[in-house]
Design a protein around this ligand. Structure first.
Ligand code: NAD
Length: 504
């Protein structure tokens, strides 16, 4: 018996539901049902005729009957009518055994597509209809912005979601995160499905290029490789300029996709290029450090440093997709692994306590570890895409940590400083009565187990002074992310100096 979930493609008229659905059904070898065609066949009339004879209410009733029937079947690819899933109960029924995907397009594109096909009963006043339906469409958790993508690419994106890829919702659509072992080995075969068969530039650094960059560029049909120097010292506008120059030399235009292959430094720098080159081109993140897999490649923050400070220039640029091949972690230096683990533990403390279990830290568990850790980041950035609220929770331990980095003139690696910061934040949380001694002791043991430090001999007055210049410290007032409980962070404002000094 076929027990696969249905894949249900919905969205406004003119977003390409039928075309994409047909391609997807062929690709997955599944039966395709176009609801409008099915209704016409059963009624023996065209949809405009049904509207004339029975009115919109009569048509909607036929649609509801068909939805109830299709929802009981399995393994179908279904393209709905644009209004079919506007009612809450119909989305609920379809969603019980179905992955529902909402396709979006810009108003300009919808206008152009409708101009080609005027045979739709509701097309006359489509703009106000779209406005009225927008809030219902927004309830659907998987959204795909179709602009700039071919129907084949959209179908491939849906197939990935059906295959268990994670998905990040953003204000204007969303993107998949594909996680697995060996993905880079097969990327050439999957280039079309991943939207990488067109012209791409792979931006990477001197360290990652010989490990993975050259092979990746050779595996893709039309790829240029751009190599920049390694290190935070090169996360600058000079490097951005170098990438712009090389892209122009290689004829990159607005249809070129930029692949950022590397750790957070490459993701941030190359991401900023993708956000700004010719007013923005598609970006695919292929993170190669643990930190970039679980943190920096997801959420859309890109940017570079200035001599005056870190990350002072930047933008929000959502990637088209994030491809995480956990095999690349095999070559990652142990220090980088530990530093990434500091962020994994942070994600465990603020949202997924399962990450605190040592069984999950074994190399063979990397896909599962990354999947669970990145899900915490997704949950946060979906709620707060532009960092105005709870995204601050991701800074647990960071205000303490940044101050250590500053006070040691960046002699201590970021992840180690964050590990100490997390322990300090835990102690302060306990002193304020939020969590108990056991949890603080557990966090310390976890850091030791991973090989991360939990304290540093630093003058507490110097440490406090360095913390108070943190940009998250609002208007000079102490403001920290603390733990309210295991798995729950909270922003605490107006802390007393002596309470903070007590844990330094
Ligand atoms: N945008 C965001 O939301 C966000 C979030 C957190 C951190 N960041 C930024 O990320 C940066 C830190 O990222 P990072 O920790 O990945 O450092 P990184 O990019 O400097 O990488 C660390 C080192 O590992 C090397 N490397 C990368 N992948 C490798 C692999 N598979 N095998 C061997 N070596 C490999 C790199 O060349 C580098 O030398 C900082 O600039 C930070 O500001 C950004």
């Amino acid at each position: 018996m076929n027990t696969q979930n249905n894949i249900v493609i919905t969205g406004f008229m003119g977003t390409g539901k039928t075309t994409v659905g047909e391609i997807l059904a062929r690709k997955l070898n599944r039966r395709f049902v176009d609801m409008d065609v099915e209704i016409e066949a059963r009624a023996g009339f065209t949809i405009p005729q049904i509207f004339r004879r029975h009115g919109e209410d009569g048509f909607r009733e036929m649609e509801r009957r068909l939805i109830r029937e299709l929802a009981l079947r399995h393994g179908l690819v279904i393209a709905t009518g644009g209004g079919a899933l506007v009612a809450d109960d119909m989305r609920e029924v379809m969603g019980r055994h179905g992955l529902i995907i909402c396709l979006n397009a810009s108003k300009e594109e919808i206008r152009a597509r409708l101009a080609q096909n005027r045979d739709r009963p509701l097309a006359a006043d489509w703009e106000s209809l779209l406005d009225a339906r927008q809030s219902a469409y927004a309830q659907i958790s998987h959204q795909i912005m179709t602009s700039g993508k071919t129907p084949t690419e959209i179908a491939a994106e849906i197939a990935l979601l059906d295959d268990g890829a994670l998905y990040v919702r953003t204000p204007d659509g969303g993107y998949p995160i594909i996680i697995g072992s060996g993905l880079l080995r097969t990327i050439g075969q999957d280039a079309e499905a991943l939207g990488l068969a067109r012209h791409v530039v792979v931006v990477t650094n001197e360290t990652v290029a010989p490990l993975y960059g050259e092979r990746l560029a050779a595996a893709l049909p039309r790829a240029d490789l751009i190599i920049v120097p390694d290190g935070e010292a090169h996360k600058t506008l000079d490097t951005v300029r170098q990438i712009y120059d090389e892209m122009l030399t290689r004829g990159a235009d607005r249809a070129t996709t930029l692949i950022a292959l590397g750790g957070g430094v490459i993701g941030d720098t190359a991401g900023y290029v993708a956000a700004t080159y010719m007013r923005g081109i598609p970006l695919v993140q292929i993170p190669t450090t643990l930190l970039s897999m679980v943190d920096s490649s997801v959420g859309g923050k890109v940017g570079v440093d200035l001599p005056q400070g870190k990350n002072l220039i930047g933008a929000f640029k959502q990637p088209r997709s994030v491809i995480i091949d956990t095999d690349v972690l095999e070559t990652l230096p142990p220090l980088q692994w530990r530093c990434g683990m500091a962020e994994v533990i942070k994600h465990g403390l603020i949202g997924q306590p399962a990450l605190l279990e040592p069984d999950l830290w074994q190399p063979e568990e990397a896909p599962r570890l990354v999947r669970q850790a990145v899900q915490v980041k997704i949950d946060v950035v979906e709620v707060d895409p532009y960092e105005v609220g709870i995204r601050a929770h991701l800074n647990l331990g960071h205000t303490f940590g940044h101050a250590i980095e500053k006070a040691t003139q960046y002699g201590m690696p970021h992840g180690e400083a964050v590990a100490i910061g997390i322990v300090k934040a835990a102690r302060l949380s306990r002193n304020l009565g939020f969590i108990n001694d056991d949890l603080v002791a557990r966090i310390q043991t976890i850091m030791w187990h991973i090989g991360l430090p939990t304290d540093i001999a630093l003058d507490s007055h110097r440490w406090y002074a360095a913390m108070s210049t943190d940009k998250k410290w609002q208007a000079g007032k102490p403001r920290l992310i603390l733990l309210r409980a295991l798995g729950e962070a909270t922003i605490v404002e107006g802390l007393r100096r002596e309470d903070i000094m007590a844990v330094l």
